[in-house]
Design a protein around this ligand. Sequence first.
Ligand code: KG4
Ligand code: ZN
Length: 377
Amino acid sequence: MADPRLPLIANRQSPIANQIQNRTLLAIETSCDETSAAVIRNGRVLSNVVASQTRLHAEYGGVVPELAAREHLRLCQPVIRSALQEAKTSPDELDALAATRGPGLPNALMIGCRAAQAMAFALRRPFFGIHHHEAHLYSPWVTRAIDPGGAAGSGALQADFEHFQPNVSLIVSGGHTLLVHVRAELEHQALGSTLDDAAGECFDKVAKLIGLPYPGGPEMDRLAGDGNSRAYEFPRPLLRDPGDDFSFAGLKTSVRYFLQRHPGLADDPQKRCDLCASVQAAIVETLVGKTLRAAQRLKVPCVTASGGVTCNRALRRQLTDACAQCGITLRLAEPSLCTDNAAMIGLLAERKLLHASPPSSLDAEIDPGWSLATASP
Ligand code: KG4
Ligand code: ZN
C-alpha cells in the first residue's frame, strides 16, 4: 500500500498556505460521554455533530465507562454519517482523518480512534491522533460569524488564528482543571492541574449533596442566579498558594459538613439558591484568581478558557471583568465548543497539517493517560 502520508507532506518546504488550501478533514471525538464527528475545511467548521450521553449516565450520577463505550459503538457510524451529510462532503473528498487518541476512558477512546484509523486506511489518507486537552487549548480561537439573515448564534464557526497571541489557557471540565502556558501555536507548557477533584466534578458532587440532578453544574449555575453569593463562607482552596495547582475535594467536604450542621437548609428554596451561589463563588474566585495571577506572572497578553465549566455564567463574567481590569485580552470558547466536541479535534489536526507535523501511525494505540507535556514539540 502506498504511504498514506505522501499526498500531504510530500513537499514540506512549500508555503504553508498552499498546503492547507481546501483541505477537508473529518474528526472524531469519543474520549468520555460525547460521541462527536466534525468536518473542517480551511478553519471553517462545516459540521459538528454531538450526541451527548448525559441522560444515559444521569441515573448513575456519573459516567459509567462500559455504558459509554457501548453507546459510542452504537452512535459512531450514524454520527459520522450525519457530520458528512451536513457538510455536504463525501468520504472520498476527505484529505485527512483525525481522532482523540487520549487522554480519556480507554474503551471509549478506542472506538473513535479505530474508526478514524480504519477510514484513513480505506481512503489512503493520513491520520492524526490528537491530544484532547491540546485541542481544548485552541477552541477559544474559533468565533461565530454574524449571520445577517439567520437566528442568533446560527452563523458559521470559523477559526481565527491570524490573531493568535501567547496566552494562559484554563481548561476546566468535569474531568480536568488545567492551567497551560501556550507560548505559540503547537507550543505549550502545563503549569498546573488539580491535585484531586476537577472544578466540574466539585460542582456535580456538591449538586448531588444538595439533591440536584446530574450533571449538577448547569443547575447550580441556574439556581445561583437567584442567590446571594456572600450568604455562606466556603474556602477558596490553594488560592493563596503561589503554585498553579488546584484542589477542590476539600471544598466539597466543607459543603458536606456545612449541610450536616444545617439539616434541611437545602430544602428551603431561597437558602438553596444562596448555597449554590456561595459555593459557585468559591470555585469561580479560585479559578479566576489563579488564572489571572499566572497570566500576569508570565506577562502574556491573553487569557483563554474552555471546557464544560466555561459555560458557567459567573465564571464568564468574572473572567471578563478581571481581564479587562488587567488589560488582558480574553477569549472564551463559544458555548457550543466548551463541552467536548470533534470540531476542536479537527481544527487542531488542521493546524498540525498546516505546520507540517507528521501524521500518526495508522495503528497508533490509544493513550488513556497521555500527558499534555508530550502532545506537541
Ligand atoms: O467538558 P465537559 O463536557 O467534559 C467532561 O465531562 O469532563 O464538561 C462537563 C462538566 C460537568 O461537570 C458539568 O457539570 C460542567 O461541565 N458544567 C457546568 C456548567 N455547564 C457544564 N458547571 C458549571 N456551570 C455550568 N453552567
Ligand atoms: Zn474536554
